[in-house]
Ligand binder design. Sequence first.
Ligand SMILES: Cc1cc2nc3c(=O)[nH]c(=O)nc-3n(C[C@H](O)[C@H](O)[C@H](O)COP(=O)(O)OP(=O)(O)OC[C@H]3O[C@@H](n4cnc5c(N)ncnc54)[C@H](O)[C@@H]3O)c2cc1C
Length: 594
Amino acid sequence: MYRAPVKDMLFVLNDVIGAGALAQHPRYAEFSIELAESVLAEAGRFAAEVLDPLNRSGDTEGAHWTPDGVRMPKGFREAYQALVEGGWTQLAIDTALGGQGMPLALSTAFEEICCAANMAFTLCPLLARGAIEALATTGSEEQRRVYLPKLVSGVWSGTMNLTEPQAGSDLALIRTRAEPRGDHYRLFGQKIFITYGDHDMAENIVHLVLARIDGAPPGIKGISLFIVPKRLPRADGSPGEPNDLRCASIEHKLGIHASPTCVMAFGDKEGAIGYLVGEANRGLEIMFIMMNAARLGVGIQGVGQGERALQQALEWARTRVQGRLAGSPDPAPVPIIQHPDVRRMLLGMKATVESLRALALYTAMQLDLAHAAGDAKARAAALARGELLIPIVKAWSTEQGIEVASTGLQVHGGMGYVEETGIAQTFRDVRITAIYEGTTAIQANDLIGRKLARDEGAAMRALLDEASAELAALGGGDATVRHVAAAAQEAVGLLRTTTEQLMTLQAASVPAALAVAVPYLKLCGCVLGGWLAARAAARAAGRLAAGDAEADFLRGKLQSARFYADQILPQARGWAEICRGGGASVVESAAELL
Ligand SMILES: Cc1cc2nc3c(=O)[nH]c(=O)nc-3n(C[C@H](O)[C@H](O)[C@H](O)COP(=O)(O)OP(=O)(O)OC[C@H]3O[C@@H](n4cnc5c(N)ncnc54)[C@H](O)[C@@H]3O)c2cc1C
């Protein structure tokens, strides 16, 4: 049974990233760590009582396609109703739009809880948030009036219709057509893999669809964004006539069975009525506006599923009895958590999840500061840092979330491979996170091709300078903190050198740089996680020295940080070595010899 790690989240928010400081900015004046505590505790109860109990049944029952629409598994409609009535869809939405205006740092922690409890369910409100952002930033007054209140309250849900059979990572290949008809357009085409493209939980579904207006230029410069509602809103705002669109089928897939992944047919008859959002041919730019929050949202899915796997593995390892204690004369079998290798796996899972959570919430806070900081320079610096970190959080958290789930399955032995224990579902569910919302390779290409290149590494250098200065000052009297800080400092140096080498390589040969882009991204995730692990260790040691009552919890943080320094950070040397010399073996390889 999943339990929200509220104490761990508050430790990150308060001790590691200092999110309480957000309250200094008028935009987040009402935010406080105490408020975060009560929100997360309440979210934890909602997750435990409503979402988690449907995780398994949703997986076995799955969503069902019928000619009249997709039917959700038992209990999902009621859970969605409870989500809406609890006001949970509005947490991070701007108060001007009717939301609660909480910082992304808090709503990201909230999303981790929901994703851990039931990822298949949580995808529905996550997608609506993307639609809200797109309309809030670029929608017309009329579009904002008709759609935003319903989306913000959750009465209507939202989707992102990008992918087509021939257009996945490469959206330049989109073919869905939009014919101008006065004040609206008629859309014709097929989209695939559309999450929650149809379901029976909300009153209406607002599809945001990328399509090409007839006569538009080829490639990404000719793509526009449209609102295409499932049912056309009446003058009074209620859902009216059905639009010319339907869910033709849903996919049978590895995991997230309760999340309907739909093939959407637009314009079987006279064409689906769509309304242009923003300017014609600027659709991809608008999508990019939403990308930061959406990619952070998927990164946190990796963290949440990692936490779920950790909790499952810990429970198993404490109760499964097998094998005698190494080095002990006692022949009696012991719980497997006593075996060094099982503890290695569990420590690795815990240290990884904690570092991923810290990096994700740190990144969320940069995006908060990008909105809220007092002067323009501070806002720009926070945005540059947030944008630099987004592809790292998305790809590293999801790849590591998969790794953690796999290790959790290993802890279960043979029982991990059968469905009964539940860890197999976690392993299946988390796998998609490294694929949708831009695969790991697409994130790595973004990291080196856009984020590093656009300011010639300035944002990365500023981050590494800051980390290095902080690590140099850490330590005090605590030996573990000094040890972790020294290991992290060495790793930061490695990342600095590798970044400079990579930028030189990129200037000389883009393919050679792209051949090591993913290893470079992993190096970044591994090293930045080490920096925050050292910071966490220092805060924990400080609180312990001050006689804090949470001694075991804090000693656990020091233990994780030490493991991170000894068994995770050394991997950075491998990634750095690959970045230095590994590209040539790819670039000089021949596809036909594979
Ligand atoms: C369960 C599920 C839910 C989804 N939900 C949605 C949704 O709601 N809305 C939506 O629009 N889409 C959705 N998608 C689609 C998803 O975003 C795409 O599957 C994803 O973007 C990858 O595209 P693709 O499947 O065509 O793979 P491809 O683009 O064919 O990629 C195949 C492989 O090639 C690699 N590759 C491709 N191009 C490059 C490159 N330039 N450089 C390096 N490597 C490259 C990829 O990394 C990958 O490993 C969903 C998919 C699934 C499976």
